[in-house]
Design a protein around this ligand. Sequence first.
Ligand code: BGC
Length: 780
Amino acid sequence: MKRTLILISAAVLSAALAGAQTKLSKDNIDEVLKAMTLEEKATLCVGGARAAMVEGVTSGLVNEVPGAAGNTRANARLGIPNTILPDGPAGLRINPTREGASQTYYCTGFPVGTLLASSWDTDLVRKVTEAMGSEVREYGCDILLAPGMNIHRNPLCGRNFEYFSEDPVLSGNIAAAYVNGIQSQGVGVSAKHFALNNQETNRNEDDAIVSEKALREIYLKNFEIMVRKSGPWTMMSSYNKLNGEYTQQSHDLLTKILRDDWGYRGIVMTDWGNKAGTVKAVIAGNDLMEPGNQNEIDRIVAAVRDGSLPEADLDRNVRRLLEYIVKTPHFNGYRFTDKPDLKAHAEIARSAAAEAMVLLRNEDGTLPLKGVSKVALYGLGAINFIAGGTGSGNVNKAYVVNMYEAVHNAGMVPDESLEQYYKSFLAYNSATTTMVSGRQQSSMWTSSKQAEIEVPAAAIERQAGVNDAAFIVISRNAGEGGDRKVEGDFELSSIERDLITNVSNAYHKAGRKVVVILNIGGVMETASWKNLADAILLPWSPGQEGANAVMDVLTGKVNPSGKLPMTFPLAYFDIPSSVNFPYYNAPSQQIDRATRQPVSRKDVDYTVYAEDIWVGYRYFNTAHKAVSYPFGYGLSYTSFAYSKPTVKAAVDGFTASVTVTNTGKVSGREVVELYVSAPEGGLVKPERELKGFAKTATLAPGESQTLSFSVSAYELASFNEEVSQWETAEGNYTVEFSSDVQTPLASATYRQKAAKTFSVSAHACAPKQEFERLTVNRQK
Ligand code: BGC
C-alpha cells in the first residue's frame, strides 16, 4: 500500500511538473535555460538538416521549407520552435516545386553582390534587400544565409561574384545596408564567411597566413564596419584556418575580436560541415553547428560529462541561441503567405541592376544608341544570359530574360540568322551531353555557361551589311567549390578573341558600332582588346531581369552611374597576390618519406598573404602601376563638376562636403569617393585610402547637390602590430573628393591636432613565428 502511494505521488508530481513546464518566452530565457537537460542544450547547438536528409524525415525540420540549407531544432517540451535557414545571397534559395503541390515557390533572382556594390548606393542596396527579406519571411523562413562579404583578394576566387569589393570601407558599408534591409523585414541574416575564405581551392582546410595588420585593416575591417552599423542576428564562421586555427574554433576571432572588440551580440554558426573540433568550437564561441550531425551532439554531451567542456560555455551559447530564437518569425507565430510579390520584386531587380552597372568605355558617344533598330547579337551568352553564379549562391528563379528577348522588349530587332545559329548549337550540345552522360546534371552545380563557338568571318561580314550595330556578349560563370583559371577565363579564349577582332573589323568597315557586354562574375583581362570596341558595358551577373536592364542603359532610358568596386589590372600577374594564389590545378597530395606525413602544399594547404595590406588599389595606386580600369571608375552619359570642397574639424575627426553639378546635357547621378592621404612618417600606409562615399540624386542638367561625409579619428587610424593597437597620427591629412581613385576633382586639408590610439584584444589571431619566415621583406 505504502509503495503504491509513493508511486502515485511520483506520477502526480511529474505530471504536475510536466503541466507546469516553462515554455520559452521573450522574458524567461534564464528560466528555460535552467530547465534544459544537458542533452537538450547540446541538441539546440546542432542543426538538424543533415539528420533530416539522412533519415528522410518528411515533416518538420528542414523539409518544412524544402530546399532550405539548414535549420535549428525544435524542443516541444520547452516551447522552442525550429527555425529555417536558407541561402542567399542573390535572393532566397529554396526548391521551386514541392511534391504533390501545384503551387510553385520561385524566388526573385536579384543582382549579385558585386553588382550591388558597383552601385555605391546604400539606399539602393537597402531597397533590394527589403524586397529579398520579405520573400524570406513570406516563404516561412527565418534567416537568409547572406551577405557574402569576403574581400576580393584575387580575381580568380570562384565566389567573388557573391562578395562586394577589394576595399573594406565599400564592402562594410554595402554589407551594413544589406543587413539592415533584410532585418527590417523581421527576419535575420548570417553574414559570411567569417573570415578569410578568399579562395575556394581546398577551402575546408586551407590555412590563410596573414599579418595582424592586414587582418585588422583589410580582411576583418569590412566585417567590423558591418557589425557596428547593422547588428546582424547571426554570422557564419568560414571553413578555412586562419594563422593555424580553424576560424570556427578560434576564441580569438569569435570572442575576443568579434564580441569583445566589436560588441557583437548575435550567434555564430559554422559553415556547412562537421569538423572534429566541435568542443573547441563551442568554447571559442561558435554557438551553432550546421548543418548538424548526431555525432556533434554526442561530442558536446561527452565533453561536459568528462569536464573538458565547461558547462558555463555551453550555457552561454545556448542563452545566445534562445535570444536569437525569440526574435524569429517561427517563434512569433508569423502566418506567412507563400505569396511574395514577385512581380514588384522583378521591377526592383531590373531598376537596381540598371542603376548599378558600370560603363567602362564609350567612344564618340556610341551610347546611348542612336538610330539602331537591327542588332546582331554575338556570343552564346546572349541566349544563355548569366543571371547569377552557381552553387549555394544560385537562386531558383521563374525565368531569366535573355538578350534576344530584351532587344525585342526595347523595340529593336535581333538578327534571326545568328539566333538560329546559336540555338541549333545549344540544342545539339544539350542532346549530346545527355547522350554521353546519360542524365542531366543538377542545376545547382553546373554552370549554364557553354564554351563559345566560332562564327565564320564571312558570316560576320554579311551580317555587318544588314545590321545597324553589333553587341558581343562575353560571359563567364563561376561558383562555390572552385576557383577560376587564367587561360580562357580571366583572359579571353582564342575563339572570343577572334570573334571580337572579326566583328570589330567587319562592322567598323561598314561604319557600324560594336558594343561589348561583360556578363561576368569576376574581373577579367580587358587591356589587350578594349580598343576594338566602341563601348563596353559591365552588368556583371545582373539577376533575372538583367538583360532588360542592359537595354535600359544601352538605350539611355537609364543613365549609368555604377563604378568599379575593384581594380581591373592590365594583366593577371600584375596582381600582388597572384604569386600566392592557386593558379595551376592543385598538385596531388604527397607523403614525406622521412616523416610519413602529408607534405603541405603551397596555396592549397596554406596560403601566404605576403602582399599584406597591398590589396587592389592600395597597391596599384601607391606603386603607380598602370591598370586597365582603376578602382572606383565608371562613365556616365553626362559630366559633373565638383566645387566648394570643405572640411571641418568635428568633436571626433571631421565632416566634409562638396557640391556636384551636372554640367552635361542629360540627367544623371554621380558617386563621389572620399579618399584620405595621411601625413608623412609614422606607420606604413597606402598613398590614399577610401574613407567614405556618397551618391547624388538624379540631377537635371545644370542642377547641383551638396554631399556630406563624416570621418572619425578611429576611421583614420592604421594598425600598429608591434603594439597591437590602432593609431591615428597627428598632422595634416589631405581629403580628396574623387570620381575614381586616380581622379581627385577637389580637395581640402584636415588637421588632426593630437595623436590618438585605440586598444584592442592584443595580438588576437596574430600569426605565429612561421609567418615571418614565409614573408621576408614585408614592410610593416
Ligand atoms: C557555403 C555557404 C552556404 C552553405 C549552405 C556552404 O557550402 O559555403 O555559403 O551558406 O553551404 O548552403
